[in-house]
Design a binder for this molecule. Structure first.
Ligand code: NDP
Ligand code: MG
Length: 404
């Protein structure tokens, strides 16, 4: 076993954060929590600090810092403030592994800082890769960072590919005899709903995922199938393939976490209970395996595995994501920002569920796509899209269709 490793956990107070902490607590000799971050949930962050006593805790502003400091005054944990501090704890020489589990575009800069510093990065924050795919992957190659996907599907694909390290180029999959990647999707809480049935579904219904317990944003993304769209883009960048090499397969039980189909007719699949501790533990210990506290899969209890086509008419987000990737440049960043604005508005009851793809389509149709070859261009596009989409919200909320 390797010597104890220092972990920077960005987004410690979230769902992925909690699953990661659970694994760390099972392996205190192997991992030490070096730095954590939280955004709004200061009470939860204080509890994490008490349990794990990290060297640093990062919070967004002075008032959060004051609040946290008052709750952990007896600890040695130093409270740092602001976005720069997120980058500093991600690139710190002491950090061996960075878990990128902040939600949304806010996670991009710290994830990139970890990449540039050549860390092992456990990537949950798919939005970072969607926004800046080319730049992100170029940096990974340049720095020699070890990028390990912990999104369950990408982790499954990684496990089903021949062992070849963490770097993939255009030839990696074809030369391994890979025919296709089969990206599984649960279908979310509205699987089987028609376009009409989706009108007026509530945020409460949308976040009630049938198989996974996750943060609110990704839960809504799972309900619209935007999550699968973002994951399609994520897979294209991670494994250096085009969208036509990826087939989305709806699999309502979420037991098969994705598959790789080979040209001799073999299909490799990774199965397991739907529990994010499995891919996180895999990423932490790779190429070794450690106990993740996850129950063995009981196939007799599962009994049946079902597979079906995705309904891209009722759930247009998947096709929009494919279109954005093919458009290239800043198109995926436009899609991502529009989706973040729309999901936030939906959760706040300002727009309808079916207006989320409408907003994304509007943004792709109205905002010009630029080269995404610099971070400045990507961040400017992100900001511009948010501004345009926020002003479009008013139009959408006036045209809400009430449920029948
Ligand atoms: P949560 O909403 O549960 O957690 C998000 C984390 O990010 C929290 O720690 C939150 O802090 C922090 N955060 C939120 N906004 C900001 C901001 N503006 N700046 C800095 N930090 C911020 O999300 P999840 O854990 O579910 O998801 C995290 C990421 O992992 C997402 O990108 C998601 O797509 C991905 N992912 C999640 C999976 C899951 O099972 N949950 C599965 C696969 C991928 P606070 O809570 O203190 O406000
Ligand atoms: Mg996933």
């Amino acid at each position: 076993m390797s010597a104890s490793q220092n972990i920077t956990l960005l987004g410690a107070t979230g769902s992925i954060g909690g699953s990661t902490l659970d694994i760390l607590s099972r392996h205190p000799d192997r991992y030490r929590l070096f730095a954590v971050s939280g955004y709004r949930r200061m009470k939860a962050l204080a509890e994490i600090c008490h349990t794990f006593q990290p060297v640093y805790a990062v919070v967004p502003d002075d008032s959060a810092a004051e609040h946290l400091r008052s709750q952990i005054s007896e600890l040695k944990t130093e409270v740092l403030v602001g976005e720069d501090a997120l980058e500093r704890v991600a690139e710190a020489p002491e950090a061996d592994i960075v878990v990128a589990a902040i939600v949304g575009a806010a996670g991009l800069l710290p994830a990139l800082a970890a990449v540039k510093a050549g860390k092992r990065i456990l990537l949950a924050n798919k939005e970072a890769l969607v926004m800046s795919g080319q730049l992100f992957m170029d940096q990974v190659k340049r720095s020699g960072a070890e990028l390990l996907p912990i999104d369950s599907e990408h982790n499954a694909i990684f496990q089903c590919l021949p062992a070849q390290g963490t770097h993939f180029d255009d030839q990696s999959l074809p030369s391994s005899g890979v025919r296709q990647i089969l990206l599984t999707a649960s279908g979310g809480p509205f699987r089987g709903f028609s376009v009409d049935q989706l009108v007026g579904v509530t945020p409460e219904q949308a976040v009630a995922h049938p198989n996974w317990s996750m943060g609110q944003k990704i839960s809504v993304d799972s309900a619209t199938l935007m999550n699968k769209g973002l994951e399609l883009i994520e897979a294209c960048w991670l494994f250096s393939v085009q969208p036509d090499a990826i087939q989305v397969v709806v699999h309502p039980e979420s037991i098969v976490h994705s598959m790789v189909s080979y040209n001799d007719g073999s299909v490799m699949a990774q199965l397991g209970n739907p529990d994010m501790r499995t891919p996180i533990a895999y990423g932490l210990a790779w190429p070794e395996r450690i106990d993740a506290g996850v129950k063995s899969l009981d196939l007799f209890q599962v009994a049946q595995l079902n597979f079906e086509q995705a309904d891209e008419v009722a759930f247009p987000c998947l096709a929009l994501a494919r279109q954005a990737f093919i458009l290239g440049g800043t198109a995926p960043a436009i899609l991502n920002a529009a989706n973040e604005v729309a999901v936030e508005a939906f959760l706040a009851n300002h727009i309808n569920f079916e207006q989320i793809p409408e907003m994304c389509r509007y943004a792709l149709d109205h905002i010009s796509v630029e080269n995404a070859d610099s971070l400045e261009a990507i961040l400017a596009c992100d900001q511009k899209t948010r501004t345009i989409c926020r002003s479009h919200l008013e139009h959408l909320s006036m045209h809400r269709v009430k449920a029948q």
